[in-house]
Ligand binder design. Structure first.
Ligand SMILES: O=C(O)/C=C/c1cccc(O)c1O
Ligand SMILES: [Fe+2]
Length: 315
């Protein structure tokens, strides 16, 4: 039953670029606070809600949600590559309970994850396999996307499942907030790239190098004001953070995907946060214990870190 939450933005540019000492120290302090929270909570199991960026999930079969029974990370952008320690029986029981609770999802016995899962696991625990982890993929990159309410319901069903059990569960949400990274879309990608978005063939070394260089260049352009991609939206990010940290999750049901997309294609990653907060909310009122936010164009990220635990109104 004991649940706690840590949500954080991710960005590969955090790892592959060097920024001013002030910026790096500021972000490191926030990530250290999250790590201290996770260490202090000492979870028996971690549930990571994370999107993918066409590294593990492709249009040949694109589920809205998927729970991993076994999972590896691909090591994109030099992120940790390896095997997660997934407690398969518990993951199966979780998926079964969510289905019985009225939310459809798929499962994978060979799930592939990318930096969006690897980065928070490294930041919170130093390794992919330091703790048992149940990965929950939430599609945020491959249109069409369902309504936010469905993601909220998924999170709530997972929270209800763990609420009936004894494990200490850390709920991790990875992604968002406003940002518009150069991730391809099926309807605008050149033919060869579009074919890969469907087939899932591995990137060639040259393609991976171009992706790195392109993302780094985009971060520089966003920081110097010359980018043609969507700017970060601090006001929107702040509104979102206020809603999730105050427990006003159902208000987000009214947010349309079109409106969210105005804040960048990556803004759909707020779904990971909504699922994690909804899981915590299913166990009762909660209070945010830490909140960091900074719009960081250099990382192409409205970058936030929050922690929360049960408490507040009824506690
Ligand atoms: O290129 C990708 O796969 C994604 C890059 C990126 C950049 C900045 C913030 C994010 O959330 C990203 O996933
Ligand atoms: Fe992302």
């Amino acid at each position: 039953m004991p649940l706690a939450l840590c949500c954080m933005s991710h960005s590969p540019l955090l790892d592959i670029t060097e920024q001013s000492p002030e910026l790096e120290a500021d972000v490191r302090a926030a990530l250290s606070a999250a790590r201290a929270f996770a260490e202090d909570f000492a979870p028996d199991v971690v549930v990571v809600f994370a999107p993918d960026h066409f590294n593990g999930f492709f249009y040949r079969l694109m589920p809205p949600f998927c729970v991993g029974m076994a999972a590896t990370t691909v090591g994109d952008y030099g992120s940790l590559a390896g095997t997660l320690h997934v407690p398969t029986g518990l993951a199966q029981a979780c998926a079964q309970a969510v289905l019985a609770d009225g939310v459809d999802l798929s499962i994978s016995h060979r799930m592939k994850l990318d930096h969006s899962s690897a980065q928070p696991l490294r930041e919170l625990f130093g390794a992919l396999d330091a703790r048992p982890v149940i990965p929950v993929f939430i599609n945020a990159a491959a249109a069409p996307l369902g309504p936010l309410a469905r993601t909220r319901q998924l999170g709530a069903a997972i929270g209800r499942f763990f609420g009936r059990r004894d494990e200490r569960v850390l709920l991790v949400g990875s992604g968002g907030l406003s940002h518009d990274p150069p991730v391809p879309t099926l309807d605008s990608a050149p033919a060869a790239m579009a074919e890969r978005l469907v087939s899932g063939r591995p990137l060639t070394i040259e393609e991976a190098a171009r992706k790195h260089t392109g993302a780094i260049a985009e971060g520089l352009r966003l920081a110097d004001g010359s980018s043609e991609r969507r700017p970060l939206s601090p006001a929107w990010d702040t509104e979102f953070l206020s809603l999730v940290t105050s427990g006003a999750l159902t208000e987000l049901d009214g947010w349309s995907n079109d409106e969210i997309g105005q804040h960048g294609s990556g803004a759909h990653e707020i779904r990971a946060w909504i699922a994690a907060y909804s899981a915590l909310d299913a166990a009762g009122p909660y209070e945010a214990t830490y909140r960091y936010y900074r719009p960081i164009p250099e990382y192409i990220a409205g970058f936030a870190v929050t922690t929360a635990r049960p408490g507040g109104a009824d506690n």
